[in-house]
Design a protein around this ligand. Structure first.
Ligand code: C2E
Ligand code: CA
Ligand code: CA
Length: 559
């Protein structure tokens, strides 16, 4: 159990707020039976000679002390006390106070007279507005405001900030459920605790903040006080602290610049959530600002997701093939690229649905389906002139989270009795960089099973050159963006020259993607690249068209 933590100012503010509801509100140190005071300059002071049990006219520790139980259990405890003729109810809340000298655990005691005639059962007491005020506005796990507390504070804040533009920031841990499952609740709580501290650091002195549920946190402040750099820096600190094994916490922020102060707070929060959900980046700290068009994107995403199961069931997903050629157009291999044959929209390209399926955790279902179709295609070609044509398939970085890649491919080639050397597996450079050690191992294991591994979209990451020496892939595929940049920049050309010669020395082939012109082809050829894929030779085309173009016309085939 993590005990809520307060800064001195916060506890003073809270004690002031509940003062009217109770007869006595005080902080005690139950281990020493001492009353704790906070001086006007924020120092924590222990009462000399004054024991908390003196309140009840006793000279020693109370039997069954509520604060002692609260400190031991980390949970709010209650007890009735009698002093003279008067009955009291004591609510004891465990908390941690945070000042310059460090963090120490105490208890907040809220004491109220039970008046004659009001015979209150414990149940009723619990329902009593005064005694449960604390739990109503404070999240007892992290000690910051909960949803109710945040809403009240936000409304108050907005009513006083009429002359300033405000911004609402929603923070969320990606795949938090997974963290709880894999590493246990106490690790999960640790992360929540760091998130609460992060909110306090960013919004504590400038705005309001709270945890509204599970791993969702909110901050509201003036736009002019919002510092994106500081936000990234503080979040990165949490990421660096909360790394265990290969798992790294990913913190995502949805930003909603408030346009109408009178808008319902929950609608503002929904909009920040829409911005957050639209984040496509895999970076450990990612943020996104709300735009009105995001609602349309959301609708589009839910349309994709709801149509996807049916698409698989009704076989609407098919493969197009794009050839990989030598300089003279001789066919060497081909890449299988998915197309959705949508009943209303016609042929839909993958850019329109891959990232939606990735974000929804469904991409592995599509990929397994496409891989199987590709292996069946290879099987159908066995014993024909097309048997020597290898096909490559794409692996999404998300596949690695949900399925055992090595086993899936091994099972597939065994099931259809296809030689694994006929199937090339494309892993993106960004996937390798997200988990270099895991990927280097995976590549080795796939190669030991006879598959060839290609590093896709090479050159889009920032440590491409480093990657080359660490990963023993069979092929690297130079990304189209790299090709475009060398036409404008001499530096890119120098880097590319190095990549190609290093790849050669390390025994890796190089494919240039996105070749559209003769000029690009010649330039890459002069740099030493021998394989090309791009519209200059052919767009991706349906399998039948591909077979007709490359095999049936040239009887006997040129493969
Ligand atoms: P990619 O793996 O980089 O595939 C190459 C993409 O570049 C293909 O787009 C191809 O049509 C396009 N392209 C090839 N040559 C040229 C050219 O000369 N000019 C231009 N402008 N574009 C060219 P496509 O088929 O739309 O696929 C887009 C991306 O979708 C792929 O990029 C890949 O990341 C993903 N994808 C495609 N099929 C699958 C799949 O079955 N599973 C997964 N996970 N991802 C897939
Ligand atoms: Ca690819
Ligand atoms: Ca590519």
């Amino acid at each position: 159990m993590i005990i809520p933590s307060f800064k001195i100012d916060e506890i003073k503010q809270f004690m002031k707020a509940v003062d009217e509801l109770y007869d006595v509100v005080r902080i005690v140190d139950p281990s020493e039976c001492k009353v704790i005071y906070i001086s006007s300059d924020g120092e924590i002071k222990r009462s000399e000679g004054e024991y908390c049990h003196a309140q009840w006219g006793r000279g020693r520790r109370c039997l069954d002390c509520a604060s002692y139980r609260a400190a031991q259990s980390g949970m709010i405890q209650e007890k009735s006390e009698i002093s003279g003729e008067q009955a009291y109810k004591v609510v004891a809340v465990p908390l941690v106070l945070d000042d310059e000298t460090g963090r120490r655990q105490y208890c907040l005691e809220m004491i109220r007279k039970v008046n004659e005639g009001d015979v209150i059962s414990d149940d009723e007491w619990n329902k009593d507005a005064g005694s449960i005020e604390f739990r109503e506005v404070i999240d007892t796990l992290t000690g910051i405001s909960n949803w109710e507390g945040f809403k009240d504070a936000a409304m108050e804040y907005l009513s006083h900030a009429a002359d300033k533009k405000s911004i609402l920031i929603r923070a969320n841990i990606k795949d938090f459920k997974l963290v709880n499952q894999l590493y246990g609740r106490s690790r999960g709580n640790d992360i929540l605790y760091s998130m609460a501290a992060m909110c306090r650091e960013l919004a504590g002195s400038k705005g309001v903040y709270g945890r509204i549920r599970a791993d969702h946190f909110l901050m509201l402040m003036a736009e002019e006080d919002f510092d994106e750099e500081a936000l990234r820096r503080v979040a990165q600190k949490v990421v660096d602290r909360q790394q265990f094994g290969i798992y790294k916490v990913h913190i995502q922020f949805g930003l909603y610049p408030v346009t109408d102060r009178k808008e319902d707070i929950s609608i503002m929060c929904d909009k920040a959530q829409i911005a957050l959900k639209a984040i496509a980046s895999d970076h450990p700290v990612a943020l996104n600002r709300y735009r009105d068009t995001m609602i349309l994107d959301r609708l589009y995403s839910s349309e994709v997701i709801s149509g996807f199961e049916e698409a698989l069931r009704k076989d609407q997903m098919s493969i197009f093939l794009q050839p990989q050629n030598d300089r003279n157009g001789k066919l060497l291999s081909a890449e299988a690229l998915v197309r959705w044959n949508h009943p209303e929209q016609g042929i839909v390209p993958p850019d329109r649905f891959i990232s939606v399926l990735e974000n929804a955790g469904l991409i592995h279902e599509l990929d397994c389906y496409i891989w199987e179709k590709t292996v069946i295609q290879l099987k159908n070609w066995t014993g024909t002139v097309k048997e020597n044509l290898p096909l490559s398939v794409n692996i999404s970085p998300k596949d690695m989270i949900y399925i055992d890649i090595e086993k899936t491919f091994a099972d597939l080639v065994r099931k259809y009795d296809v030689d694994p050397s006929r199937l090339n597996l494309e892993i993106t450079e960004s996937a390798v960089m997200a988990d270099p050690e895991g990927c280097i191992e995976l590549v080795k294991r796939l190669q030991n099973r006879g598959f060839k591994v290609e590093i896709d979209d090479f050159g889009t990451g920032y440590s491409s050159l480093n990657l080359l020496k660490d990963i023993q892939a069979n092929v690297i595929k130079i990304d189209r963006a790299f090709l475009k940049s060398i036409e404008q920049e001499k530096r890119s050309e120098i880097i590319l020259n190095h990549i190609i010669s290093m790849a050669k020395e390390l025994d890796m082939s190089v494919i240039t993607e996105g070749v559209e012109t003769k000029k690009q082809l010649d330039m890459m050829y002069d740099m030493g690249c021998k394989m090309f894929q791009g519209y200059y030779f052919s767009k991706p085309i349906p399998i039948m068209e591909f077979e007709a173009k490359y095999f049936e016309i040239k009887e006997g085939g040129a493969v």
